[in-house]
Design a protein around this ligand. Structure first.
Ligand code: ADP
Length: 421
């Protein structure tokens, strides 16, 4: 693993516990297909506590108006601004200018969530020319995410070449899945070209497993299903801390029903739509990534909250929610079989963390697997939502991909900064 020694100029002298020590500040970027989440952390020395000072998001990148949200992790009010961000780079430029305006500059390092590491990149590591060349080569694996992520890394290579950048790959968590889980049932020659199940949401899953280990060490060694249910949704089956299967596959469009992504589909649909509607590959890609899932079925919204509010009056909304929950329930059954039983089920992501109605519907009827929710705990989203009599412990854990990236930065950089001033 490559190490980088930070320049002293990147340090920000500060007081910690009454003692003067050198601190550093890092920027974390988490680019989605139409969003750019960000966070600024300060750290004090190597592998020590990281403090989140700012976080936020630029949403609706690529549409006529984008929404910039900046949360100060102190008493200052959250800022909401409408901005123009036709692409991620313009969003980043706005963000850096805005941060400079409030005195937040001099980043000691920048960390990125990189959705796809292909066959070559797994553990967090420093961005260099070779990595950028490989990511450009595999851009076609995930044209939804990789081009924007590469553009952000190239921006810093050009503008701040001395600032180290750390790439954290979402595929890493699933690297050691058994071969049978990785193989796709198509002619073998494609596997040699890298066509296989990779799986995603790896930073979130790694965080959830770290948290589970802290909460219940023996549970983390057992049979676990992690359900990350947000706009993007996936599940992972984990045994003894090791991912053995996951629903997303070669791209993040596979698996569960999502906000705008279809998840798994009948492969025959591709030829049918090509014949009947002359749909091109690009149009099909757009259909299954941006116009399907909750949005496609409801015809109104990709947002679970909206659909739950509307389901009593709109059968399309009710069907979209039902399909989402039914697909997730079936997957829990499948992974319980793959794991040979189940000890812990963890809900995370915007829907998993906040929507008691979705969790209740997903778990309904799974008593035969030992899953029994406690109504009150589920309604209150307490850390454990299963009943005392439930064989399976069902948990809600707030995931934190940005913290995982900040930790990766601090672990990958030799921060010779502790005894300044
Ligand atoms: P992303 O995958 O973009 O990070 P999130 O993890 O933020 O998305 O999840 C967004 C989803 O979570 C949306 O469908 C949103 O409606 C849903 N959600 C957030 N809070 C609630 C809530 N209280 N009840 C139901 N759904 C919720």
């Amino acid at each position: 693993m490559k190490k980088a020694v930070l320049k002293q100029s990147a340090t920000l002298p500060d007081a910690v516990d009454g003692k003067k020590r050198a601190t550093y500040r890092v920027l974390v970027l988490n680019a989605g297909s139409s969003s750019l989440k960000f966070a600024v952390f300060t750290g004090f020395g190597h592998r020590t506590k990281l403090v989140r000072v700012l976080s936020g998001n630029i949403e609706r990148i690529g549409s006529s108006t984008s929404i910039f949200t900046l949360k100060h992790h102190n008493d200052l009010p959250t800022e909401h601004t409408t901005i123009s961000a036709p692409n991620h780079l313009r969003g980043l430029t706005y963000l850096l200018k805005h941060l400079a305006g409030i005195g937040v500059t001099d980043f000691a390092a920048v960390g990125h969530r990189v959705v796809h590491g292909g066959m070559r990149y797994h553990e967090p590591q420093r961005v260099d020319r070779a990595m950028l060349t490989e990511l450009r080569r595999i851009r076609v694996f995930d044209p939804e995410h990789l081009p924007a992520e590469i553009a952000l890394m190239e921006f810093f290579v050009k503008k701040s070449p001395r600032v180290p950048q750390i790439a954290c790959f979402d595929t890493a968590f699933h690297k050691k899945m058994p071969r049978v889980a990785k193989l796709l049932p198509i002619p073998r020659r494609y596997a040699a070209k890298g066509v296989q199940r990779y799986g995603f949401h790896g930073l979130s899953y790694a965080y959830l497993m770290q948290e589970l280990k802290t909460l219940d060490g023996s549970a983390a060694k057992g049979r676990v299903i992690l359900a990350h249910l947000g706009n993007g949704a996936s599940m992972a089956a984990v045994r003894a801390g090791q991912s053995i299967d996951t629903t997303m596959a070669f791209t993040p469009a596979a698996g569960l029903v999502m906000g705008t992504r279809s998840g798994d589909l009948d492969p025959g649909l591709v030829a049918f739509l090509a014949r009947s509607e002359k749909l091109t590959a690009a149009q099909f890609d757009k259909l299954v990534n941006h116009a399907s899932g909750l949005l496609g079925v409801s015809e109104t919204s990709s947002d679970m909250r909206d659909l739950l509010a509307r389901e009593a009056k709109d059968v399309r909304a009710a069907e979209a929610v039902a399909l989402f929950c039914y697909t997730a329930k079936k997957q829990i059954g499948a992974y319980a079989a793959a794991l040979g039983g189940l000890d812990t089920l963890v809900f995370a992501g915007g829907i998993g963390e906040n929507s008691s109605a979705s969790r209740a519907r997903i778990c309904a009827g799974l008593d035969f697997l030992g899953i029994k929710l406690d109504k009150t705990r589920n309604a209150e989203s307490t850390p454990v939502i299963s009943a005392k009599t439930s064989m399976v412990t069902v948990r809600v854990i707030r995931t934190d991909e940005e913290l995982m990236i900040a930790r990766a930065i601090s672990e990958n950089l030799d921060l010779h900064l502790t005894t300044q001033i």
